[in-house]
Write a protein that binds this ligand. Structure first.
Ligand code: WT7
Length: 579
């Protein structure tokens, strides 16, 4: 157990920032862009964009730090010209194209709250998040507008919809604004004073019950993202860095925008989806020094066979990291033996804003273990009951597990700069994330005698599929809307590539038979409403669902039945505990 961290440690991290001139605070756009321009590095390439159809060795579209500064300032000016004020929320729904990054940084520059959404979301998750987040503006593309947004426009609170890929207002569908004409007429907005506690990014994350939770971050977070980028990744100015995560998820903002730009690196962004051959070509041809990816992607590479890497020089890769799901010992050994690349694990969450536990670039790798707490982070394991809930004694104290190898819940001592500040409009849920002075992560782990953490599993019912956190309640709510469905239970089952895939069991309306037609209609409804990333892979009809005394569907029991696991103990569990 590490000693409690003195508050000055966090101030030391903050001192690595330059801060706004005249002590006017901290702004993420300044720390990621302007500081490099001011220091004379404006001509360095900040981001190199490979479009979907670009070959992997294409020069791509290079955005220097100076260009990123001018364009994001112009976009911030454009938002002001639309009457969007500081503190208002700008939603971004687009693939990994340059203007998405410009707009994200522009929104932060203007002190708006930026909320990126994964572009594979269907209409339901989009509407729900935009309502919860009280969207003032939506930035999207004309294809996504046509396919997803136009039909739900009336349900979405945004005052303006801007189409990133439309230059001429004459080409913009009615009710939308062309990005090109909008920014052409705008003036560059100078950064205004930004107290470090000014809200910055909003990322929605799923729990087991209720609607998704909006984890609210602040500009101060850049101190932690910069420090972890330096210390964990060992990333420096001039390095080429590739984070394969989409900015719709926190990895794609904390380490797919903020961290790497804050140190002055050149970030590679590929618009295309994972293709093993393309990836090996990119790593080689683009001379990637540091690579951040995920176990789902590594498993897809393993499946495709290391032969595909033959002929590609991967020796330049100085360090490679993984996040989001357990990085198995097999994957580490495969990477080392077959690719000559040693994947190092990092553990964190949407709520923590930055890496908390990791095997840094210069640390020895113990395959299967996540590593140790980084920088000044104090992490522990707290004893839980059979329901995965923290055990508190009469005085409200939790029990820290001191013995090696006993399982407990990962808990962190709050206070680091990138810690989320609240769940938007949901103080009760925020309060429930803490006990006895600890932030409760909801993950179970072991700690060995040398202080390394080993991931065990989630303490609740949330599902990790292809690295994405999905709340079963969100999926069940959509299934239950289908006219033939009266109830449903959703859970994850292991999958060799995706980690878990989503399965659903539904009870049909009395008198309705589970014909192919009915089941196909339910599946089509789920895909249409939820999008491919969130819809169940399998939906089967059952006569009834196992329900607890308090009326909750016992998802873990459904899972155990499907997997043929012993049911005995599970049937007493109150499934669906809130998180
Ligand atoms: C959950 C958080 C912020 C990173 C992306 C996901 C799981 C995260 C690991 C790891 C095993 C991991 C945990 C965590 N997770 N990293 N190295 N090994 N599991 O952020 O969507 O908020 O998900 O991802 O279960 O609680 P997120």
């Amino acid at each position: 157990m590490s000693a409690p961290v003195a508050a000055t440690t966090w101030d030391e991290l903050r001192q690595r920032l330059v801060g706004l001139p005249d002590g006017a605070g901290v702004n993420v756009a300044f720390e990621t862009i302007d500081r490099h321009v001011v220091a004379g590095h404006g001509d360095d390439v900040a981001i190199r964009f490979l479009a979907k159809d670009d070959p992997p060795d294409a020069p791509g579209e290079a955005y220097t730090y100076a260009r990123l500064m001018a364009e994001s300032a112009r976009f911030a000016g454009a938002l002001r010209s639309l009457g969007v004020g500081p503190g208002e929320t700008v939603f971004l729904l687009a693939g990994r194209v340059p203007r998405l990054y410009v707009a994200l940084l522009g929104a932060l520059r203007g002190r708006h709250v930026a909320c990126p959404l994964f572009s594979a979301f269907g209409p339901e998750p989009i509407v729900q998040r935009m309502v919860l987040g009280d969207a003032a503006v939506l930035l999207t593309t004309s294809a996504l507008w046509r396919r997803k947004v136009a039909a739900i426009r009336a349900d979405v609170p945004a005052r303006h919809v801007v189409l990133l890929d439309v230059d001429d207002q004459a080409d913009a569908p009615e009710g939308t604004i062309a990005y090109g004409d909008l920014v052409d007429g705008a003036t560059e907005l100078a950064i205004e004073p930004t107290p470090p506690e000014t809200p910055s990014l909003l990322h929605f994350t799923s729990g087991t019950t209720g609607t998704p939770k909006g984890a609210q971050h602040v500009h101060d977070s850049v101190a932690m993202q910069r420090a972890t980028t330096e210390e964990v990744f060992g990333l420096r100015r001039g390095d080429v860095y590739w984070c394969t995560a989409d900015p719709g998820w926190v990895t794609g903002t904390s380490y797919g925008v903020i961290g790497p730009l804050s140190v002055g690196a050149t970030m590679l962004v590929d618009e295309a989806e994972l293709d093993p051959t393309r990836w090996y070509s990119i790593l080689d041809a683009q001379s990637v020094d540091v690579w951040y990816t995920a176990p789902t992607a590594i498993r897809m590479l393993m499946r495709a066979g290391a032969e595909l890497a033959a002929g590609h020089d991967l020796t330049r890769i100085r360090a490679a990291f993984s996040v989001g799901e357990p990085l198995s010992a097999e994957a580490v050994v495969w990477g080392r033996d077959e690719l000559g690349v040693t994947f190092r694990d990092t553990w964190w969450q949407t709520e923590t804003g930055a890496i908390m536990i990791a095997t840094p670039h210069d640390a020895e790798v113990t395959p299967g273990s996540m590593g140790r707490p980084v920088l000044g982070i104090e992490a522990t394991l707290l004893a839980t009951d059979d329901h995965g809930e923290i055990v508190l004694d009469g005085d409200g104290h939790a029990t820290e597990i001191a013995d090696p190898d006993r399982i407990g819940m990962i808990a962190l001592r709050p206070g680091w700069p990138s810690m989320f500040r609240t769940y938007l409009n949901n103080p009760d849920r925020y309060a429930k994330a803490f006990a006895d002075g600890w932030y409760l992560a909801g993950d179970l782990a072991r700690r060995d005698a040398e202080g390394r953490f080993w991931f065990v599993g989630r303490a609740d019912d949330v599902i990790k599929t292809a690295g994405h956190l999905i709340g079963p309640f969100e999926v069940e709510s959509v299934l239950n809307e289908h006219p033939d469905v009266t109830g449903s239970g959703v859970y994850g089952v292991p999958d060799p590539v995706a980690g878990d895939v989503i399965h659903a069991r539904v009870v049909l309306r009395r008198g309705v038979a589970p014909t192919d037609e009915v089941m196909t209609s339910i599946m089509a409804h789920a895909r249409r409403r939820l999008g491919a990333a969130v819809a169940p892979r399998e939906i089967l009809a059952v006569d009834q669902l196992p329900i607890t005394r308090s009326g909750k569907v016992m998802r873990r029991l459904l899972r155990a039945r499907e997997l043929g696991l012993p049911e005995g103990d599970l049937s007493t569990l109150e499934g669906g505990s809130s998180s």
